[in-house]
Design a protein. Structure first.
Length: 164
């Protein structure tokens, strides 16, 4: 399964039907049903129930979504009004994971991307973004922004924004 085929998060908890808050964590499972991926989301309280635990063990995969975090101010990169090119680079995976992540954060600030959720799959952390006003989503590997040569990354991004 491609990560971009992952169904969107449900608005309410599958068990108690309470609204799932965007600022709180939630737990999700995916079941295969007649070639469809059936997604179930649970609030933190319901996830602790043993009946839910049992059901979730039969799921094809399960993960925890973290609440949205503030983005670091120090990693601002100017896209020089080349937003479309930046989006193209992202969609075609023409960047390395660090560049990809920094561009995504920049497009997020410009409200060209919308943050959907953070998910852990097979021990890797991904962040899913939606391209505003479309149904398209992108899943990017989350990278650590500590210990990177930000100047070098910034230069490399700038070059790629101008190479057709
Ligand atoms: Zn619940």
């Amino acid at each position: 399964m491609l990560l971009k085929e992952l169904p969107k998060r449900n608005e309410i908890c599958f068990h108690c039907h309470q609204k799932l808050s965007k600022t709180e964590s939630c737990h999700s499972t995916l079941h295969y049903k007649a070639s469809l991926h059936e997604r179930k989301d649970y609030c933190t309280q319901c996830w602790k129930l043993s009946e839910i635990k049992q059901k979730s063990e039969q799921a094809a995969c399960r993960w925890k979504m973290q609440a949205v975090k503030a983005l670091p101010e120090t990693f601002k990169v100017s896209l020089e009004n080349n937003d479309e090119r930046a989006l193209y680079l992202l969609q075609h995976a023409l960047l390395d994971p660090i560049e990809q992540y920094i561009i995504a954060l920049s497009l997020l600030r410009k409200k060209i991307l919308r943050f959907l959720e953070e998910i852990t799959l097979e021990n890797s952390l991904f962040e899913r973004f939606q391209i505003m006003n479309t149904d398209q989503t992108l899943a990017l590997m989350k990278v650590s922004l500590s210990n990177i040569d930000f100047e070098k990354v910034r230069r490399s991004i700038s070059e790629k924004l101008h190479t057709k």
